[in-house]
Design a binder for this molecule. Structure first.
Ligand code: AMP
Ligand code: ZN
Length: 468
């Protein structure tokens, strides 16, 4: 499989360190608020990667849940967002984390993202984080300020590994503006923060340096290495994590172990709105529930994500979501047609089936080219290269990766925009047909015609067409 590695800035052939099992770590959600559909785009691309890798190798996939330590400001200032949420919602920090974690996984499952092999909560790994900070302290990478234990980035020569030297200089310039006087370098970051003296935090732990809580970056390093060892094959996240979070993870992990931390860094581009960044505060915060409330199915959104390569920005619009929803319905109708035809004429499977499967697989294994893989699906369904039975087999295979529920019965098209009177007639007719009361069914067909609608019975249910 070819994967683009952010660190080497090129596509590389990926082979796992241990041929028996590849390892992958994905930065998980911060659970002080709902996830937005931008966050979910990243989990969808990571799921595509996991599913594609599993075609050729077993995979151990670890994802964390950040339930502590995510500060309001990137400069290690301000409060922990979890503690801020307790004030906002009048609940305990533990309850907030539990609530949003549950909501997150509801969305995760609804989007057909495969559950990781290990899901690790930061609050359940404080001893591992403390141990990592202690190692860094013993090796001379840390210093103490009035508010915590910090990592001295000037001591780690490979600090520019992900961003490159010139961009790092720019980032340092930006960070200098917000830099506290006690920091030695603008890029230094907190490994352990002390609890404020005047306030009791809800989430705090004892440590060799005083009561406090871990820095966000140290969480991922500690958990990734606990479950996957000092060297992880693949580490994923959104593109925003490159310059700070993942750069800091490399610094901590490699300084502690003396070994390469990640062999291949894979980052997904952002979902953006025409108005700009998706922001929790700016009223431009779209969740999967927002889409459900507007009548979309979560998989309509998954389809939309598959139409763009993970390394290109995707602009979210309701027009493009509508188009995806329509395509998915058409795909399901084509799938139903193939199933029916195959049942009527069960032709044998030929070698051509493997060829087409491989074409699909090659697109996915070429740095997860989902748009190309989708194009293979469309060409195959519309073309005559495969017989219907082969099309069904091919779709089963492709849906193992796409996870779009292609064999689900398509919704009765356009029925939702029908007048209420017509919807009622359709519902009564469906009931009559279920009860095999064909006389009643025919009467209702006439009533529908009188209301201006012809009705057709298809394997996917009643379909209407407006007649004048
Ligand atoms: P967070 O819960 O904010 O830490 O984000 C969870 C994941 O979503 C991380 O991998 C982020 O990089 C990613 N992410 C955040 N915003 C977006 C966005 N607009 N589009 C795609 N991914 C995003
Ligand atoms: Zn992380």
């Amino acid at each position: 499989m070819q994967l683009y590695n952010t660190e080497t800035r090129r596509k590389e052939e990926f082979t796992p360190l241990n041929p028996k099992e590849a390892t992958m770590y994905c930065c998980g959600p911060t659970v002080y608020n709902y996830a937005h559909i931008g966050n979910m785009r990243t989990y969808i691309f990571e799921d595509l990667l996991a599913r594609t890798l599993r075609l050729s190798m077993p995979l151990k996939h670890v994802m964390n849940v950040t339930d502590v330590g995510h500060l309001v400001s990137d400069a290690d200032e301000g409060e922990d967002k979890m503690e801020v949420a307790t004030a906002r919602e009048g609940k305990s920090a533990w309850d907030i984390a539990k609530f949003y974690e549950q909501k997150f996984f509801e969305d995760f499952d609804a989007l057909h993202c495969t559950r990781p092999t290990v899901i690790s909560r930061a609050t359940a790994h404080i001893p591992e984080m403390i141990a990592l900070v202690k190692t860094l302290e013993e090796k001379g990478y840390t210093y103490r300020t009035s508010d915590g234990i910090y990592y001295d980035t000037s001591k780690f020569p490979r600090y520019d590994a992900l961003v490159g030297r010139s961009r790092l200089e720019g980032l340092k310039g930006g960070a200098r503006v917000e830099m506290s006087e006690e920091k030695r370098n603008p890029t230094d970051f907190a490994l352990w923060k002390f609890s404020p003296k005047d306030k009791k935090r809800q989430m705090e732990w004892d440590s060799p340096w005083g009561v406090g809580f871990p820095g966000w970056h140290v969480e991922c390093s500690a958990m990734a290495m606990k479950y996957l060892g000092p060297t992880v094959d693949i580490h994923c996240g959104g593109i925003d994590h490159v310059s700070v979070h993942h750069t800091n993870e490399i610094a901590q992990s490699e300084a502690a172990t003396g070994q390469k931390y990640v062999r291949c860094w894979v980052h997904g581009e952002f979902l953006v709105l025409r108005a700009g960044k998706m922001s929790k505060s700016g009223g431009t915060f779209v969740t999967l529930q927002t889409l459900r409330d507007k009548g979309y199915d979560p998989l309509d959104y998954r389809y939309l994500c598959l139409t763009a390569h993970y390394r290109t920005q995707l602009e979210f619009t309701y027009e493009s979501l509508d188009a995806s929803r329509k395509s998915l319905q058409t795909l399901r109708r084509e799938a139903a047609k193939a199933v029916q035809t195959a049942a009527r004429q069960p032709l044998p499977l030929t070698a051509r089936l493997e060829e087409i499967k491989n074409k699909f697989r090659a697109a996915m294994e070429d740095d997860l080219n989902a748009p190309k893989a989708l194009a293979v699906v469309w060409e195959t369904l519309r073309g005559a290269e495969l017989n219907a039975a082969e099309k069904v087999e091919f779709l089963k295979f492709a849906d193992g990766i796409l996870a779009l529920d292609v064999f689900r019965a398509p919704q009765e098209e356009n029925n939702e925009e029908l007048p209420q009177e017509v919807k009622d007639l359709l519902a009564r007719r469906a009931e009559a047909r279920a009860a095999k009361d064909y006389k009643k069914s025919d009467e209702l067909r006439a009533a529908l015609a009188a209301a201006g609608y012809a009705v057709k019975d298809t394997p996917q249910g009643q379909q209407t067409e407006k007649i004048k």
